[in-house]
Design a protein around this ligand. Structure first.
Ligand code: NCD
Ligand code: ZN
Length: 347
């Protein structure tokens, strides 16, 4: 196959940021994806429907003329989120999920949940109003090795949560381990996962190839090769429980490269192309359409997009960086070839 045409896809996990950085990154996503679930971890986070509405307006205002794109908003769950906000979120029609960040697990998650019990009433409201819970699945216990934090989260938090709220729909975001794959495959109905391009294409050795590589650092951190294989096998098998979520998470160069550099990989510039590469490597290109354009919409109970995008098997090389204000954004695969291209006018 040298060319593949799929239904216009959606990105079910995306960081768009705000202000000038939003303007820089949004066109890359909007050229490829019809919709995206927009993460709420701004600083301060999006915790109310009113804030989500205002953020959505800013995103739409930042959209270049001629591009069609629908931001699907989320709320940041805190222990102080009242159950009434969940009803408002459901009634708003613009909020599609609520994000659980264990406090301190990742970028701008300080206001996340410390004790899950303190959020039970609000989680009950999510279940009642049938609004999905999106989960950053890592424990924050400093005693737990960083490579084990996702696996520990499953038995300590996710399994009990799924049992306590049996009708709650849950997206286990950016899964990175065999344990997560097995959990999702065998879990009760209503449980799904997003998978990023970096976790399909790289293992943890990428962090150290030729020296320390901050632009491969994201959370959950890249895992060993056997976990990458498990992820690739799961998506290549075409289970509807796994769908596309890039977790494209831009940080300016200085924030990535300094001491205590931020976690997050910017992939929006080549997201669909990189997924095509991953599926191609697994001999599963014919599954890309479902993964990118069907399973996520079905889980969120949204219609499939109209229109198509076409990818061709031809190499291109992302630049060393994209300009972003007075600074720079270093993309995934900078200066290294991507084997698939998006047909149409360039970014
Ligand atoms: C994300 C970010 O920078 O907002 N970073 C990341 O490494 N993925 C947050 C997140 O999704 O964990
Ligand atoms: Zn994320």
């Amino acid at each position: 196959m040298h060319e593949i045409t799929i239904t216009r896809p959606d990105d079910w996990h995306l960081h768009l940021r705000d202000g000038p950085l939003l303007e820089t990154v949004l066109p890359f996503t909007a050229r490829r994806f019809a919709r995206a679930i927009v993460m709420p971890n701004l600083d301060p986070p999006i915790t109310t429907v009113a804030q989500a509405q205002a953020y959505r307006d800013r995103i739409r205002a930042a959209l270049p003329a001629g591009l069609e794109f629908e931001p699907l908003m989320t709320l940041f769950l805190s222990e102080a989120t009242p159950p009434a906000e969940i009803r408002l979120a459901r009634e708003s029609g613009i909020v599609q999920g609520v994000k659980l960040y264990p406090a301190g697990a990742t970028t701008h998650s300080g206001g996340g949940v410390k004790q899950l019990e303190n959020a039970f009433a609000t989680l009950g409201a999510l279940e009642k109003h049938d609004l999905p819970l999106l989960v950053h699945g890592e424990v924050t216990d400093p005693e737990v090795d960083i490579f084990d934090r996702e696996a520990r989260f499953i038995d300590r938090v996710l399994e009990p949560l799924a049992e306590r709220f049996p009708a709650l729909r849950i997206v286990f975001e950016h899964v990175t381990t065999r344990e997560a794959v097995e959990f999702v495959q065998t879990a009760r109905a209503g449980i799904a996962a997003t998978v990023t391009p970096q976790h399909l294409l790289y293992d943890r050795n990428a962090l150290f190839r030729g020296g320390l590589r901050p632009h491969y650092y994201c959370l959950p951190v890249l895992k060993r090769a056997s976990h990458r294989s498990a992820l690739l096998e799961a998506v290549a098998a075409g289970s509807p429980r796994f769908f596309l979520g890039t977790d494209s998470a831009p940080h300016l160069r200085a924030a990535k490269e300094g001491d205590r550099g931020c976690a997050g990989i910017f992939s929006a510039h080549a997201a669909l192309e990189l997924y095509a590469e991953a599926f191609d490597s697994a001999g599963a290109l014919e599954r890309l359409d479902d993964f990118a354009s069907r399973f996520g919409a079905a889980f969120y109970r949204l219609p499939r997009n109209r229109g198509t995008v076409t990818l061709t098997r031809s190499e291109w090389t992302p630049p060393a960086h994209y300009p972003a204000g007075n600074s720079e954004l270093v993309p995934l695969r900078a200066c290294e070839p991507v084997r698939w291209s998006l047909k149409g006018p360039p970014d």
